[in-house]
Design a protein around this ligand. Sequence first.
Ligand SMILES: Cc1ncc(COP(=O)(O)O)c(C=O)c1O
Length: 366
Amino acid sequence: MKAVPFIDLKAQYKKIGPEIQNAVKKVFESQRFVLGECCAALERSIAKKTGARFAVGVASGSDALYLALVALGVGAGDEVITTPFSFFATAGAVSRTGARPVFADIDARTFNLNPDGLESKISRRTKAILPVHLFGLPCDMGPILSIAKKNSLFVIEDAAQAFGAEYKGKKAGSMGDAGCLSFYPTKNLGGAGDGGMIVTSSLSLAQKLKKLRDHGQSKKYFHESVGVNSRLDEIQAATLAVKLKFIDRWNRARRAHARAYDTAFRGLAVRTPLVPAGARHVYHLYSVLTSRRDALAKFLKKKGVETGVYYPIPLHLQPCYKNLGTKKGDCPVAEKTSREILSLPMYPELSAGERERVARAVQEFF
Ligand SMILES: Cc1ncc(COP(=O)(O)O)c(C=O)c1O
């Protein structure tokens, strides 16, 4: 029997292929590939969808983070407080600006930054807090925003995994000074290659970002600052515009799968994802915790169920951050989570039969 895949992008393409092909064909017919009407239209749609006033398309989620930090003036000598439990790009973006990532530990049940540990990490060099809405669950933004306000810090949300997620009725990405999205193909809203976007309600920040993504040009060949080449191309924008029409439906399907998993795993020695009151999870990943993680992954593989470990090594223990002086024991919750976490198959098109195979295999293991 065919294994239950961890993610199946072909299943999605099967449904919307002709519409995508048509949109891409129009881009080819226009022969306008960079900074054209598709990107501008997508920026308007995404701004509206997230409730932010502006959106700026860039080449990747990593660049969205980097450019948002640069536009807010973060650079050498500064510190940015963030989570050690994320994809590397979160901390990497901080380092690329010349600033230093400072890691605060996570909450054991949500896998997101624990606001309780934040204030102790603030120094006179701290410029910003960079919370990540990991796996599609929004961070506890109330306390994070009030700590930032009290200490005059910027908040840049890493919403790469959380398109459509909500915290107390507000969309992920719309609550801080800037919100960063990734359109990497496996994301909830994924393109046909790399892509990203920054959403913000600040006009001056949006204007700065539009220049920064295009070599700092305010008009052709007039460079006000040294920017970069980081633009969302028209083929990506056209593809994403088609997919945007389906995102709510897809996120609902993910939530339905999560509910079914939650029910199937009740009573087992495995912790299912917590959804705090007021949060709307979009389950980019459905991740469980068990002290027998490696054995469970091996068993599931034998049973034809693919799994993934996100993330096996927390960021403060990455070899490239040896120079920060961070060490084992600095973020004990993130370290334990890295040893115990396992993500199960999750994508909108997952069939009821596949879902049951996953559930039965997990039940059998325990
Ligand atoms: C939490 C997080 N931040 C940032 C990124 C970077 O996005 P991209 O791959 O589009 O550069 C990703 C995804 O890859 C991510 O998962």
